[in-house]
Structure formats: structure tokens, C-alpha cells
Design a protein around this ligand. Structure first.
Ligand SMILES: Cc1ncc(COP(=O)(O)O)c(C=O)c1O
Length: 516
């Protein structure tokens, strides 16, 4: 199995980090391991107060608990799921201000992660009193791990300062963002990633950090800020849920590993390799004509599942379907970043009266709130995250080969259909093997009726030259059925025996013709 579910805490720690683990001092209060950790964080991030937490979301919870009240609004270029949830848990509203090109997956612009300045400005001038802080997520995970430019960061900072609103970074992948600034933005080519990082943070007032990403550690995080009053409130909150102020939710050895990791992550050679490695996979996928978010970001390749599987309507979660397919096909695990993750199915492509399965329209409308406008409707992406310093190019080649399989190129379906889920065929797994790449109209004919197949009915259509077989596995039977394509009548030809199983699956196959 190749596990690309996440890059969070799944990377390999270096020998230096493991050596540092051995030096961990587990004193309850005032551990020297904390001092090392604090020093490195201050050196790179530059904030006065450093509060360790067990991971990023704990830092978020504490920050929002101490700064967000019922009805408040927190703008961001795009909130990560835990950021959004932690704001909502305090009764706040998390708003994404992405740029229009962020949603154009194939558009090749250098800083797709940027904040939409016009929208932010408008919100700050109309709702100032309800905005306790603004956030920028670097890199922007929700739109493909895309970087934010220094120019954009400066512009957001200027606006926030003009309105007297603190600016916080979600800094999980700050080093990768700094690297992109170095290689893409004018004036930064000769600066080190560490210098660039320091400049980024100088425009803000604090940050939340998951050290499981650019801390190169398996666990850990922190909250850092300049405001002493807010820091003291946060430390009280930390005591209740995480632990004493010099360890947060971490062991002394974790603090040691993060301190070393933060220094390693800003090394040029490392960043060049990491970002290059992601690009390596992206290039292989592009060669296979798999639509991806371009240009690739720093920690993952995002497949545009909506474009790859256009026959699966958004309310049937194409990215989720692709994830199941890749797992079965190649043992590759990734993460859906679409309607399921956001709890926000895409706009239905048909009304219920047209016979499509739209079950929760009310929810869909309610959840629209997180997106400020229609054009910011989310994409159906499937993320292949690259654990740092873990896999080799051969692994990436295997990933690419799996997406190349004819089955994936043509159709893959898993759909949820309550009616069928509850039926006696619940446990059936159907691999159907039909059709020919040489008969493209067939694809349309077959895919339409296949949409709406029951959950657990895994349909795998292999492309063959004009022939195929449908193999059905059920608790009590296993049938193989042979089809061929009649080019004259433009229909599938099948035998009587085939009819038996087709009857079981009701109205699935429409354009068929019997030869028996
Ligand atoms: C952008 C971003 N912010 C915050 C988090 C939360 O961090 P953690 O998983 O350490 O709680 C993540 C985790 O994936 C993330 O990608």
C-alpha cells in the first residue's frame, strides 16, 4: 500500500531528530527541551510568546476560544477543515476569500493561494466590529497546497493594520511557501528560505502551527503571538486542556524533535527536493492525461476528480468515488477534498423530480455560508499528499501507473443510493467488464444508467477491444457474463444467461440486445 492520505505527521524524522529525542528532558515545568524549542520558534517566526500544543488544531481551539465570540467573522484565504470547525465551535463564521483563479484548476498562475484583497477590504469596511482577527493559510491547503505571495501577504497586512485587526498565519507549511516565494517572486531569488519566512511572519501578529507538516515531526504544534494579554489568556486555556505552559500536550522529546525539524525544514536542499518530488508525481500524472491542479503545490498533488470523472454528478461525490477506485486498483490511499470533506455536496445537477438522488438539499443550502459567492463553489479534488522524506520515485511511478489503468481512464463508480443499500444486494460487489475504447458512444450509454448504483456495488469497467465480461460476486453466486458490441445496431449483445443477472440489477443496462 502507498499511503498518501496525508503529509501530516507521516514523514520520516532525520537521524538528527532521533538523536535529539534521546536528549528529551521530561521535567513537568521549565524543561530545557522547551527552551530549545522556544528559541528556534522565536528565531524563525519572530513572535514574543510561544505556546506548545499537541498539534495544530489544539492551537486553533485555544486561539479562537480566547478571541472569537458568537456572531464573529474570521476571514481567511481558505480555512482548513479544523480551523473552520474551531471557529464555528465558538459561534463564529469562517469565511474564505479565494481569488477567482484559485478555482480554475488548470490555470497556471504562480500564487493561486492568495487572499482575494478586494473581498477582504469590502468585508473589513462593512463588518469591522465583528472581525476579531484575519488569517492567512500558507500554503493554501484547500485549493491545492498553492502558495501565497509576499506581495499578497503585505497587502493583507496593510489592510489589517489600517483597520486595527490582528493578522494570524496558519503556518503549517510556511517553509514550502517561503520556497515558492524564493523561486517564483521577483526579488527573493538570493534570499534564504529562513529569511523569507522571517519576513512573512513580520507582517503578522501571530500564528498557529502544526509541527506535523513543516516541523518535520510526527506530532506537535504551537501557538505564537506578540500580544501579551492574549497570550496570557491562551496559556490559561492551555492549562485546562493541554498541559503546563512549557510542554503543552507534548513530551520533552517531542519538543526536541520539533526544534531540530524546524531548522531542517528551512534548508534549501531539503525544500528543493521536497517541492521537486511533488512536481515529479504531478508531471507523471500530466503525462497520463490525468487532470490535476496546476501548478502543483508543495505537499501534494490534487487530482481534479470532477474533470476526470465528468459522468459522476457533483452531488454523487466524484472525488470520493475516485478515492475508492484508486485504493482498489493500486492500493493507493489519498484524501477527498470536496463535498464530503466540506459537508457540502455540489449543486445538484438535477432536481429530485427528475429522478436523481438529492437527499439533503436543505443542508447544502445552509452550508453555502462558508463560501461568500457563487463563483467560489468548491471543486471536487482528490489529494495525494506526499509524506516528507518517506517515499521514492519508484513509489510515485506506481501511483502514476495506477491512474493509467484503462478502468480509471474510462469509468469508476461508487455511488450512494439508499434504496439499494438497504436491499438484499447490499453486500454484492460487482465488477463489470464491458465495452471498447473503440466505441466511445458506448461509454455514454453505459455510464448514465450506472450512476445511481448502490453503495458497496463497486463497478469496474475494463476497456477491451469490443468485448468484455461482467463478473458479479454476490453472497451466493458468482457469474461471468460475456458481451460484445454490435457496431451495426450500436448496442451490446448478450446471451439469455446474461439476462438473469441483468434482471437482478433492474434497470441498469438500457441499450442491450439479446442474441439468444
Ligand atoms: C492548513 C492546515 N491547518 C491546520 C491543520 C491542523 O493541524 P493538525 O492536524 O496538526 O491538528 C492542518 C492539518 O492538516 C492543515 O493542513
Amino acid at each position: 500500500m502507498i499511503d498518501l492520505l496525508t503529509d501530516s505527521g507521516t514523514g520520516a524524522m532525520s537521524s538528527q531528530q532521533w538523536a535529539a529525542v534521546m536528549l528529551g528532558d521530561e521535567s513537568y515545568a521549565g524543561s530545557p527541551s522547551y527552551r530549545k524549542f522556544e528559541q528556534v520558534v522565536k528565531e524563525i517566526f519572530g513572535y514574543r510568546h510561544v505556546i506548545p500544543t499537541h498539534q495544530g488544531r489544539a492551537a486553533e481551539r485555544i486561539l479562537f476560544r480566547c478571541s472569537v465570540s458568537d456572531g464573529d467573522i474570521v476571514p481567511n484565504n481558505a480555512h482548513f477543515a479544523t480551523t473552520l470547525a474551531n471557529i464555528e465551535a465558538q459561534g463564529g463564521k469562517a469565511i474564505n476569500f479565494m481569488t477567482p483563479e484559485a478555482m480554475e484548476t488548470s490555470k497556471n498562475v504562480p500564487f493561486k493561494g492568495n487572499m482575494n484583497i478586494e473581498k477582504l477590504e469590502e468585508k473589513l469596511s462593512t463588518c469591522r466590529a465583528r472581525i476579531p482577527l484575519v488569517m492567512i493559510t500558507i500554503t493554501n491547503n484547500m485549493v491545492g497546497g498553492e502558495p501565497v505571495s509576499m506581495e499578497n501577504i503585505k497587502a493583507v497586512s496593510k489592510l489589517c493594520r489600517a483597520h486595527g485587526i490582528p493578522l494570524f498565519f496558519d503556518a503549517c507549511r510556511f517553509a514550502e511557501n517561503a520556497w515558492f516565494i524564493k523561486i517564483k517572486e521577483e526579488g527573493y531569488a538570493n534570499r534564504t528560505p529562513k529569511e523569507i519566512a522571517r519576513e512573512i511572519f513580520s507582517y503578522g501578529d501571530g500564528c498557529t502551527m502544526s509541527a506535523k507538516k513543516d516541523g518535520l515531526a510526527n506530532i506537535g504544534g504551537f501557538l505564537a503571538m506578540n500580544d501579551g494579554e492574549l497570550a496570557s489568556k491562551c496559556r490559561k486555556e492551555l492549562l485546562i486542556t493541554e498541559g503546563f505552559t512549557t510542554y503543552g500536550g507534548l513530551a520533552g522529546r517531542d519538543l526536541e524533535a520539533i526544534a531540530v525539524g524546524l531548522n531542517e525544514v528551512v534548508e534549501e536542499e531539503y525544500l528543493k527536493y521536497q517541492v521537486g518530488f511533488v512536481k515529479f508525481l504531478a508531471d507523471l500524472l500530466v503525462q497520463n492525461q490525468v487532470p490535476i491542479v496546476t501548478p502543483p503545490g508543495g505537499h501534494a498533488v490534487y487530482i481534479d476528480a470532477g474533470a476526470m470523472l465528468p459522468h459522476i454528478p457533483r452531488e454523487k461525490f466524484p472525488a470520493w468515488a475516485l478515492g475508492c477506485a484508486l485504493y482498489v486498483e493500486g492500493g493507493i490511499r489519498g484524501a477527498e477534498v470536496g463535498g464530503v470533506m466540506l459537508g457540502k455536496p455540489g449543486k445538484p445537477t438535477a432536481t429530485p423530480s427528475e429522478g436523481k438522488n438529492v437527499e439533503n438539499e436543505d443542508d447544502a443550502v445552509e452550508n453555502d455560508d462558508v463560501f461568500e459567492s457563487e463563483e467560489e463553489e468548491h471543486e471536487e479534488l482528490f489529494r495525494l499528499a506526499i509524506p516528507r522524506r518517506t517515499y521514492t520515485e519508484s513509489h510515485m511511478r506506481l501511483v502514476a501507473v495506477s491512474t493509467e489503468k484503462p478502468a480509471l481512464k474510462t469509468f469508476w463508480f461508487i455511488t450512494c443510493h439508499r434504496k439499494y443499500c438497504q436491499s438484499e444486494y447490499r453486500k454484492a460487489v460487482v465488477y463489470s467488464t464491458v465495452l471498447s475504447a473503440t466505441v466511445p458512444s458506448c461509454a455514454t450509454r453505459m455510464s448514465r444508467p450506472l450512476i445511481g448504483w448502490p453503495l458497496y456495488f463497486l463497478c469496474h469497467v475494463r476497456v477491451m477491444q469490443g468485448r468484455g465480461a461482467l463478473v458479479a460476486y454476490h453472497e451466493n453466486f458468482h457469474l461471468s457474463l460475456v458481451f460484445s458490441w454490435n457496431t451495426k445496431s450500436q448496442r451490446l449483445v448478450y446471451t439469455e444467461k446474461t439476462q438473469v443477472i441483468l434482471d437482478i440489477f433492474h434497470d441498469i443496462y438500457i441499450p442491450l440486445e439479446s442474441v439468444a
